[in-house]
Design a binder for this molecule. Structure first.
Ligand SMILES: Nc1ncnc2c1ncn2[C@@H]1O[C@H](COP(=O)(O)OP(=O)(O)O)[C@@H](O)[C@H]1O
Ligand SMILES: [Mg+2]
Length: 424
């Protein structure tokens, strides 16, 4: 413990005593490598560092005291309403250096595991449609935030983190500093957020092009515009009033099915009829994202991304059909699928390669690989063979994402050289 004349004040929901051992009397910029985790960071106004704390990694941001408390509160509210965002750990104020000079307050958040800033994604060899897939993910995040009444104020790729979710990405809010939570957002507020997003994204993509991380043929403006389009489609699907004749009541279920396909559950659906009862109007009032991930969680306890869950559930359905157990209780079958299919496949991947990707993402890739091998060989290739081939030929070539993310215990290699230079 330091003996400096600082009087730290730590505000945290469940403070970790290990927090006290970090060198708060040293400006963040000068923190020793021994406490830091070398991970990719996005662009930021403030100084941000990742530090190791009790076997996990935290993100520490130096920021004004008032703003730190505000952002902490907002992140707490966001995590309560279950919108994908980084988890707040606490705020620390009262820092002083050994000569008694005051130092800036910090906001501490949990480092979001397996997340990648967009710049790190563009530094890897990528599929050409990556930018579009990031925009799709951001559109989903923005719709979810807006449905919850959250006005972001500074939507950008830099203020978002991305996690792989099967073929797609899932976006998380990382910077809530300019945000505000309301009961309900006006159309004007939503439109403003979209405008800011568009301008920021176009700028960020052009920046990547200038740095030769993104092909100059990619139309940055069109991708910026695509955000508003994707957002609009999703917003309408989730909120629009639909009217139809009384005889077309099947459209109620059709609407619910469509929302489920988009990955949303309908918590509350408003149904009204007109006076003579010939027309029905329906409008979803409460929709919750995570239709497939919730179902998979209920059946297997696996907590994975929405599209990973979709993929895993399909495999579970297939397993159920192949083993001819359609009549059985789904949760029993799910348990067997977990212990006989999912776990053995993931465990067959050698430990040293497991840091490459999240288990559910590995399984998703195994399913792709099984499809590929089966096509090639014109037979159903069993999972053991698929795993062997995948582990031998595909996985070693993948970038080591967990190592990039510093999640490996005792891994002291410096990975910053594999990353794009991220100016601050
Ligand atoms: N909890 C976290 N997990 C992972 N990365 C984080 C976390 N917090 C911050 N970062 C990284 O630091 C960058 C800057 O954080 P941000 O809150 O946007 O700072 P600023 O307010 O200065 O813009 C982000 O783009 C992200 O890459
Ligand atoms: Mg930021």
């Amino acid at each position: 413990m330091s003996t400096t004349p600082q009087r730290l004040q730590i505000t945290a929901a469940s403070p970790d005593p290990g927090l006290l051992d970090l060198p708060w009397d040293v400006p963040l910029e000068e923190w020793p490598a021994s406490v830091l985790a070398a991970l990719p960071r996005g662009i930021s106004r403030h100084i941000v560092r990742f530090a190791r704390l009790s076997g996990r990694v935290i993100a520490v941001k130096e920021i004004g005291e008032t703003v730190a408390y505000r952002e902490y509160e907002l992140l707490r509210q966001l995590s309560k309403i279950d919108v994908p965002s980084v988890e707040p750990v606490g705020v620390i104020t009262g820092r002083r250096d050994p000569s008694g000079e005051p130092l800036e307050a910090v906001l501490v958040t949990e480092h979001l595991q397996f997340s990648l800033p967009y710049r790190a994604l563009f530094s890897q060899s990528l599929r050409p449609d990556t930018a579009t897939r990031l925009i799709d993910a951001l559109a989903v995040l923005l719709v979810r935030l807006h449905l919850a009444g959250f006005y972001w104020g500074d939507v950008s790729l830099s203020n978002t983190l991305f996690r792989r979710d099967a073929e797609t990405f899932e976006a998380y809010l990382v910077d809530a500093e300019t945000g505000d939570l309301h009961d309900k957002l006006s159309d004007g507020q939503r439109a403003y957020d979209l405008d800011v997003a568009r301008v920021n994204i176009i700028g960020e993509l052009m920046d990547l092009q200038a740095g030769e991380f993104l092909d100059e043929d990619v139309d940055a403006v069109a991708i910026g515009d695509a955000l508003a389009e994707r957002y609009g489609e999703l917003w309408r699907a989730l909120t629009e009033v639909e009217s139809f004749a009384y005889g077309d009541r099947w459209r109620v279920q059709a609407r619910i099915d469509r929302l489920n396909d988009l990955g949303f559950d309908v918590g509350e659906l408003d149904i009204t009829t007109d006076v003579d009862g010939t027309t029905v109007r329906i409008q979803p009032k409460v929709v919750d994202a995570g239709h497939h991930s919730r179902r998979l969680m209920r059946l297997t306890g696996l907590d994975v991304g929405e599209n990973q869950a979709r993929r895993l559930l399909n495999d579970l359905d297939e397993y159920r059909a192949v083993t001819d157990r359609q009549a059985e209780d789904e949760s029993f079958v799910a348990h067997d699928w977990l212990t006989e299919v999912f776990e053995p496949a993931v465990r067959a991947v050698p430990r040293e390669l497991r840091g490459k990707l999240e288990p559910a993402q590995i399984f998703h890739e195994l399913l792709d690989h099984r499809w590929y091998l089966s096509q090639q060989q014109g037979r159903d290739v069993p999972m053991e063979e698929v795993v062997a081939s995948y582990v031998g030929t595909i996985l070693p070539l993948r970038p080591d994402e967990q190592a990039i993310l510093g999640g490996v215990e005792g891994d002291t290699r410096d990975h910053t050289d594999q990353l794009p230079v991220v100016p601050e």
